[in-house]
Ligand binder design. Structure first.
Ligand SMILES: [Zn+2]
Length: 497
């Protein structure tokens, strides 16, 4: 019975597949002196003892943990073939074959190519693979569920503790609130279905589908259902035809997601709305916070040139050019624009956030470009910070700077989705999607923040576009269009520009 349940869930997970893992966040270099950390693996409800493995944080500037392949082989009971000459590892898991290569983020799983956030590393006679590979790529090939707790460095095999645990529907005179209790702050996006449903896509959410469900109508809510789709959870609310306005925001430091349904246009919600993170309809635009100051953060600079691509094109240079174009577009539209760096000179990661906060930015847009050894890989990506697991915050306490961005994840998710939508619409460039990653320089940014990977400098088409002045301008215009959408909607809610 339990096994069947797991397999059913797994089939669902495997059929959707994580999209985040297919994209590549900004580069991280090898930390040769990484200390060992204990990674615990437990198998609740199974006849297997917990094991503790040696992991290492091999990617500098990230929390990502690498594990030696020998250990993974044991946990997954996989077959292993290590080609020392090619520095290539093949893992065999049932009918599946995964191939990993040292220092390469490309993973081949059966006939499919996927990208890791950081590459595996050859060290001490073994290949050390990032935990992301285990959780996002290897686990879905098995008939078990896996949960990775990044804070506790604990991998739970065979059972997942949901992070969306409860549902509460409250009514007031002309409004109804659907309140979702989460263990950690999670980013989300509100979408409108054609059939009188609203859907909250919750990034990184693991939903307890039995707890987050309601069959009886209450207020403006007819029914609530939830489901798991790969890395994300979805909560579907069927609403009464009387609903004329909807919006969503977070409370309790991001741990309660609140969907507000209102009966009449223009009426204010009867329940008090607090919390900074707000998203709203009709086009999933961010609202409530007026959008006036845009901070553009051109990546790298100084001695750090970022990635180098075809014909010597350099990331720090190309992102600065796009930053200038974007600044012009936004200034023309009446925004105040601040660049974290104006020229080729470098800037410390923490300073980027500091400058943005100091000028009271409303949106933070970090510009980067990608590189990949396979020149066929191309496209535009938007990233926002992943939710911090297990954050237990005292709401009255000062928020440490490492958690500042956590409060804006919903807005960041919304900004990322909007930019990719506009870029796909207005600019002829493949859009690879939106992902969440460990992006240290966004942690302290006190406003919705995204990293835009503008294209792959190792790809001919992407490079040509980024080198072409008119194309750069069109790309900047598409990004600016997303900013304008968000500002216009925020203004329509009463925020002033
Ligand atoms: Zn970069």
């Amino acid at each position: 019975m339990a096994t069947r349940f797991l397999i059913t869930l797994l089939t669902l997970l495997a059929s959707v597949g994580p999209t985040f893992a297919q994209m590549s966040p900004p580069e991280a270099s090898l930390n040769q002196n990484a200390e060992s950390v204990d990674v615990r693996i437990s198998f609740p409800g199974q006849d297997r003892k917990s094991v503790t493995l040696e992991g290492r944080r091999l990617a500098t500037g990230t929390d990502l943990v690498h594990l030696p392949a020998a250990a993974i082989e044991r946990v997954f009971r996989a077959g292993r073939l290590w080609d020392e000459g090619e520095r290539r590892l093949q893992l065999r898991l049932g009918v599946h074959r995964c191939t990993l290569t040292a220092d390469s983020r490309l993973v081949r799983i059966d006939d499919e190519e996927r990208l890791l956030p950081v590459p595996p590393r050859a060290l001490d006679g073994d290949l050390w693979v990032p935990m992301t590979f285990v959780v996002d790529m290897l686990a879905p090939l098995t008939s078990e569920l896996f949960a990775w707790d990044q804070d506790q460095l604990h991998l739970i095999v065979g059972g997942v503790r949901p992070n969306i645990e409860g549902l509460d529907v409250r009514t007031a005179a002309r409004s109804t609130q659907v309140r979702l209790q989460c263990r950690v702050p999670l980013g989300w996006r509100l979408e409108h279905g054609a059939d009188g449903t609203l859907s909250l896509k919750i990034y990184g959410g693991v939903v307890d589908t039995r707890a987050v469900r309601r069959d009886q109508p209450r207020g403006l809510v007819q029914r609530v259902n939830s489901r798991q789709t790969g890395d994300n959870a979805e909560v579907i609310v069927t609403v009464s035809s009387l609903v004329s306005r909807t919006r969503s925001h977070a409370e309790d430091d991001g741990r309660t997601i609140v969907l507000v349904l209102e009966e009449e246009a223009g009426t204010l919600p009867d329940l008090q709305v607090r919390g900074e993170v707000t998203m709203a309809e009709p086009d999933q635009l961010r609202g409530e916070r007026h959008v006036e100051v845009i901070v553009i953060d051109p990546g790298h600079g100084g001695d750090d040139h970022g990635v180098r691509g075809r014909g010597g094109i350099q990331e720090d240079d190309v992102v600065l050019r796009v930053a200038h174009d974007l600044r012009d577009e936004l200034k023309d539209a009446g925004f105040t624009v601040v660049l974290t760096r104006e020229d080729a000179r470098g800037i410390e990661p923490d300073e980027r956030a500091e400058r943005a906060n100091l000028v009271g930015g409303d949106l933070f847009i970090s510009l980067h470009a990608n590189a990949w050894f396979d020149s066929r890989i191309q496209g535009f990506e938007a990233w926002f910070l992943e939710a911090a697991g297990g954050v237990d915050q005292d709401p009255t306490a000062f928020v440490p700077w490492t958690l500042v961005q956590q409060q804006h994840l919903a807005g960041s998710a919304d900004l990322a989705e909007h930019v990719t939508t506009r870029v796909a619409e207005q600019f002829d460039i493949p859009v690879r999607g939106v992902g969440q990653a460990d992006l240290p320089w966004l942690m302290g940014v006190d406003m919705p923040a995204v990293v835009l990977e503008l294209g792959y400098l190792t790809n001919g088409d992407d490079t040509d576009r980024l080198e072409d002045r008119r194309d750069r301008r069109r790309l900047a215009a598409a990004i600016a269009a997303a900013v304008k959408d968000i500002a216009a909607y925020s203004a329509s809610l009463g925020g002033e520009r």
